[in-house]
Design a protein around this ligand. Structure first.
Ligand code: SOE
Length: 378
């Protein structure tokens, strides 16, 4: 196994998921490379140092440019808030580094396009961390669709529901709540949550041609976590949109952070001519499947426990029947990325593929603002 040095920028929630993935991946997958955690970068020196000690990084820094300049760093892994993705990714591409970038790729599609141009000009390996694609049940759904088991697809519906911003006391900005600050996050639930649903939908069901959306900001003003000043809230707290896919099917998407009782309820259901499938992140190891061509007397929804050796990724883990979870989707992502890098092949979703998701997000926000249907790409 060839050594491969990781320079990670950002030590928050995503920094932990990615560090965990690099630490575990070589134990479970046979890979051409063995990742080594070379340097972690974060804003506060003591926190960066503590993170390095806890997760086994060889060094730490508070200057992301040092990570890019380090000639021993092979992969730059970007886990910082959205408004910093573009500058770091473009610099990393120019320095010839492979890049994994957290989602959404950018603040908007124009910025995402610049990032695509940069990685393509530099010819560096690149991936955007839409991790849910690599939950085995979600990958199995893709396999069933590609095998034609559903036949013609009529409907694709997805939800991502949370409830953590209902209180007006939750501030915006700062470490834990930058997702509420539009100048840092770009948008609210559209970029943060619906982007996951859109990425999976484009992968499962092909391009979206037009959207019609509505958004709402339920709490209009919040205190800023760092300045303590009251500020207008500019993110979308909730977003619902309809869309048309190029394949003729209809889409129906909803996301909110105001659905009391739901912490991370990402669900999708796909209805085809012969079969339907549905999935729920709260029970992520199961895929529900209905096959109309089954004999009538035994026809009904099956609940597939996606833990068998012939299920995607599962022969790398324990024995049939034993579940894996959320963290493993990030391990799969690293495994696929390193394998593709070695083969000189792209690993999906690339920056170019994530740009398509970003275009849909932009169109959704434009549609809500202008109260009309928006054609994608027009
Ligand atoms: C928001 O709460 C969040 O952490 C998203 O930023 C992640 O992308 C999602 O997977 C879980 O929810």
């Amino acid at each position: 196994m060839k050594p491969l040095n990781v320079g990670m920028i950002g030590y928050g929630f995503m920094g932990r998921t990615h560090s965990n993935a690099y630490s575990k991946v070589s134990h479970f997958f046979d890979l051409p490379y063995k990742p080594a955690l070379r340097v972690i970068c974060g804003l506060v020196e003591e926190q960066a140092k503590a993170f390095a000690e806890k997760w086994g990084f060889q060094s730490h820094t508070t200057d992301w440019r040092k990570v890019i300049e380090d000639e021993n760093v092979d992969i730059v892994d970007i886990c910082v808030p959205n408004n910093m993705h573009a500058e770091i990714a473009i610099a990393a591409a120019k320095a010839g580094k492979a890049i994994i970038c957290e989602k959404p790729l950018a603040m908007n599609a124009a910025q995402a396009q610049e990032m695509v141009d940069a990685v393509e000009a530099a010819g560096v390996a690149n991936l955007v961390s839409f991790n849910y694609r690599r939950v085995p049940a979600v990958t199995l759904a893709k396999q069933l669709i590609d095998e034609g088991r559903l036949g013609k697809i009529f409907h694709y519906r997805a939800n991502f529901l949370q409830d953590w911003t209902i209180s007006a006391e939750v501030p915006q900005g700062g470490d834990g709540t930058w997702r509420l600050d539009a100048s840092v996050a770009g948008s609210g639930v559209t970029g943060d949550l619906l982007a996951h649903c859109i990425d999976t939908a484009l992968w499962h069901n092909g391009p979206i041609s037009s959207v019609n959306a509505m958004t709402e900001t339920f709490i209009k003003q919040r205190l800023h976590a760092e300045t303590g000043q009251a500020q207008k809230v500019s993110i979308d707290d909730a977003c619902t949109f309809f869309c048309r896919f190029d394949n003729g099917s209809l889409g129906n998407f909803e996301s909110t952070r105001y659905a009391r009782g739901h912490k991370a309820l990402y669900t999708f259901e796909i209805n085809g001519e012969h079969a339907s499938i549905r999935w729920d992140l709260h029970d992520l190891g199961r895929l529900e499947y209905f096959e109309h061509r089954d004999e009538g007397r035994v026809r009904g929804w099956r609940s597939i426990h996606v833990t068998d050796g012939d299920h995607p990724y599962m022969n790398k883990w324990w024995v049939p029947g034993l579940q894996i979870g959320y963290e493993h989707s990030f391990v799969h992502q690293v495994a696929d990325f390193l394998t593709a890098m070695d083969a000189g092949k792209p690993c999906s979703p690339t920056f170019a593929e994530a740009l398509e998701t970003q275009k849909v997000c932009d169109a959704v926000l434009q549609s809500a603002a202008e109260k009309r249907w928006i054609e994608i790409g027009s």
